[in-house]
Design a protein around this ligand. Sequence first.
Ligand SMILES: Nc1ncnc2c1ncn2[C@@H]1O[C@@H]2COP(=O)(O)O[C@H]2[C@H]1O
Ligand SMILES: [Fe+2]
Length: 279
Amino acid sequence: MLQEAISYSIAAGESVRLVQVTDPHLFADDEGQLLGVNTANSLNAVVDTIAACRYPAHFLLATGDISQDYSPQSYRNFVKAIEPLNLPCHYLPGNHDDPRVMHLNMQGEQIYGHQRILAGDWQIILLDSTVYGKPGGHLVESEFNLIEQAVAACPEHHTLLVMHHNPILAGCAWLDQHCLANGDEFMQRMAEIPQVKGVLWGHIHQQLDQIYSGRNHDIQLMATPSTCIQFKPQSDYFALDALQPGYRLLELRADGSMLSNVFRVPGERFSPDKDASGY
Ligand SMILES: Nc1ncnc2c1ncn2[C@@H]1O[C@@H]2COP(=O)(O)O[C@H]2[C@H]1O
Ligand SMILES: [Fe+2]
């Protein structure tokens, strides 16, 4: 059965404005580091940068890999870290999350684990692309059913799909072995649903903006940098990039078009271990 959506009342014709943060890889310990980057500090720097840009967002999307150590405290640390933004936060799991520990500990007045959001002329669907115990992703048939039923329930709404894994290849051989395994099937099926205007994800720790040309309509594809370490684009082997932690702002317009940009923490505060070969 289709879960009830959480609704935001937004004036007719007004855009829906979102902030996406992804892959914070937090630890229970605030001193925890991933390949030389203190992930609590880098998330705090991203939050400060978002706050400083004064984007009048309606809500925040957190697209998985919230935790690096699966600890309850890492999720509570995330809830605390985003508090200064004072925005409702909608989250979904990544391959480094334990969904049960996550749901139990992502608790707060403005923290939501709903599958569907209705806001203005848009429906946003949060999908679970994770496979227990595996770094790669897969969308099971019940997730396709969710999309189809949600679109059928709100056929006049433009639809944005959000998940953790990349449904298209990122171009990094080592990383693409952990992509959404049925990404081709997913894109082909979404190309048949004209309401689906965009797909947004994390996981690949790098920016990607691309248009998928379906038979009858285009789908905007967007991946967003992690709030901690960055993977080097187009690298066959594990390699880190010196780019700073980042986030994405989106504007979903009433006519079904989307404006979106990636931004990064200014300066060069976060330098990962250049010789790292994985984690
Ligand atoms: N050297 C490596 N080769 C292949 N996979 C890796 C390597 N290092 C880390 N990974 C996995 O690949 C994943 C990609 O991004 P994640 O943040 O999900 O976490 C990463 C690890 O689970
Ligand atoms: Fe990640």
